[in-house]
Structure formats: C-alpha cells, structure tokens
Design a protein around this ligand. Structure first.
Ligand SMILES: Nc1ncnc2c1ncn2[C@@H]1O[C@H](COP(=O)(O)OP(=O)(O)O)[C@@H](O)[C@H]1O
Ligand SMILES: [Mg+2]
Length: 291
C-alpha cells in the first residue's frame, strides 16, 4: 500500500515537473517573440505577429463573454411542424437581459407556438434554445421542469389561477413546487401582492377578484421565483382597454424597477410601440413590420 502511494506520488511529481518545464519554456518563447508583451505600447513594436494573434484571440474571448453576459435568450433556426403543416420556419431570435420585447402578428402566425418553445413548454422539431446561458434543448423532462420553475415565469391570456386557493396561496405555489415553504415564501408573496396593489385582496379566491386583479395575481405568481425571464401570451387579451393599459404600465414598471426581461405576445399595438423592440410574425417567420 505504502509503495503504491509513493509510486502515485512520484507520478504526480513527474507530471508537474514536466508541466512546469513546458510552462517555463512556453513563457520564454513568448518573451522571445514578443519581449514587450506586457507593455505593448512601450517601445513601439505593436504589430508583432504573436502579439496580434494573442490580441485577436483575447478580443474574440471578450466578445464571447460579453455576449454571454448580455444575452438572455438565444434561439437558432427553430422549426415546428403540426402534421404536415410547418408552423415555425426557421426562427432566429436573440434577446438581451432586461429587454422588453413585444411580438405581434395575425392569428395563426405561430406566436404562441414560438413562446411555448422559448418558455420550454414545448420542444422544436429543429433548432436550439438557450436561456440565461443554459442550452435547454438537451435537458431531460425532470431537469427541464426544474429549470422552468426556477428561471421562467408565465402569464397567459386566461390567468390559470387555481380556483380553490386564495390569491396569496396561488402566488406562493411556484415556491412550493420548488420545495420552499418557509416564512420567507409568504413574505415575498405578500410583498409582490403589495407591489401590484393587491395587499387588500390576499385572502380572496380568484372567483372573488375582478379580471384585472386576477391578471395581477397571475403576474405576481410569475415573478415569485425571481425568474430570469417572463413570457406573457396576450396577457391583456381578456381585459378592457383601461385595465389593459394599467397592466401594461405595470409590466414596464417591473422592467424599470427590477430589470426584468419580458417577451410578450400582444394585439395591443400601443403596448408594442412602447417596448424596447417590437417584432412581427407572419406565417412562421419574423417579417418587416406592416401593422
Ligand atoms: N397543438 C396543435 N396542433 C395542431 N395545430 C396547432 C397546434 N397548436 C397550434 N397549431 C396551429 O399552428 C398555427 C400557429 O398557431 P399559434 O402558434 O397558436 O398562432 P398564434 O399564436 O400566432 O395565433 C395555427 O395554424 C394553429 O392552428
Ligand atoms: Mg396565440
């Protein structure tokens, strides 16, 4: 046993010895080729091949890191078929962190299908989706459900609140699913409801709330686990114009206060015009805006 450990120790020592030798030699060579690498501007040698190679590698690395830090959603060449009918025809989309993006377009254009795929509720037949630096395409069902619960919030046209639970319980639900049930959960849910102007409605069940209030509870629920991105599919589609405007103002306020990323499918062109970016879909692709 003892000799074996000594052998392994020697192997490691040899390995590090070789590595150290290689490293010293490598540094020497770099210094030879580019003696002023640390201070490229000190003696005017700026275009040494080694230097420019290193500089361009560094530039590419920095660009990649910057892109990764800034990008919230990256979708490449998404295709989706229902039977023989192709609903998405190679959609590319990049959304930055903190961006408020609206998607408009005629009924049947593929907006909901795209949103469901971006939100990991559905899978594309071709193409990839990455959210907050995570390639979601390769995740199994369980990992995907966990990822969705922790990173994604949804607001649908119809609130989908659970009718037998109170507003507060509905808002807490994503945290319960995430196996959190301490007092911090109730505290956060109360803070969210308060922020959304629902402090006096926490013990009401969805049936006792107005349409606008129900939708605000749904927004609070979507925000409960501090998602990286919130997807909303016609969130005001079921509200009158005054309530619709209120809901939209609230979403913008959330973006401004918390740099929350939003991707919203809407028919409301006024809201769409207020977004950072408005994209129009037609027949499974983004097209130059016509609406
Ligand atoms: N589950 C499904 N099965 C079959 N066809 C579907 C399904 N979901 C959507 N579609 C079809 O795909 C097309 C795009 O639908 P959708 O993404 O809901 O459009 P939008 O949200 O822009 O109105 C429509 O023609 C619709 O009928
Ligand atoms: Mg739709």
């Amino acid at each position: 046993m003892g000799t074996r450990m000594t052998q392994i120790g020697r192997m490691f020592a040899d390995f590090f010895g070789i590595f150290h030798e290689f490293w010293t030699e490598f540094q020497k060579k770099i210094r030879e080729y580019s003696p002023n690498l640390r201070h490229p501007r000190s003696n005017g040698i700026q275009n040494h091949p080694m230097q420019s190679i290193l500089r361009s590698i560094l530039k590419i690395l920095i660009q990649k890191i910057e892109r990764r830090v800034k990008t919230m959603i990256e979708a490449r060449q998404l295709e989706k078929f229902y039977g023989k009918s192709q609903v998405l025809k190679g959609v590319d989309l990049t959304i930055e962190k903190g961006e408020f993006v609206s998607i408009i377009g005629r009924s049947g254009a593929g907006k909901s299908t795209l949103l469901h795929i971006l939100g990991t509720l559905d899978v594309p037949d071709k193409g990839t989706v990455s959210i907050n630096g995570q390639q979601v395409s390769g995740l199994n069902t369980q990992a995907l459900a966990r990822f969705r619960n922790q990173n994604i919030g949804f607001v649908f046209q119809f609130h989908h609140l659970l009718p037998e639970f109170t507003a507060l319980e509905n808002v807490c639900m994503p945290a319960y699913i995430n196996k959190k049930s301490d007092s911090s959960v109730t505290k956060r849910a109360m803070e969210l409801l308060d922020y959304l102007g629902l402090a006096a409605r926490t013990t009401h069940k969805p049936g006792q709330l107005s349409g606008g209030e129900q939708q605000r509870v749904a927004v609070a629920r979507a925000l409960m686990n501090r998602p990286a991105v919130v997807f909303a599919d016609e969130p005001s589609g079921n509200l009158d114009s005054v309530l619709s405007k209120e809901l939209h103002e609230l979403l913008f306020q959330l973006r401004n206060d918390f740099q929350q990323t939003f991707v919203i499918v809407t028919h409301n062109l006024e809201l769409a015009a207020m977004s950072d970016r408005c994209l129009e879909m037609n027949d499974g692709l983004f097209v130059p805006k016509s609406l």
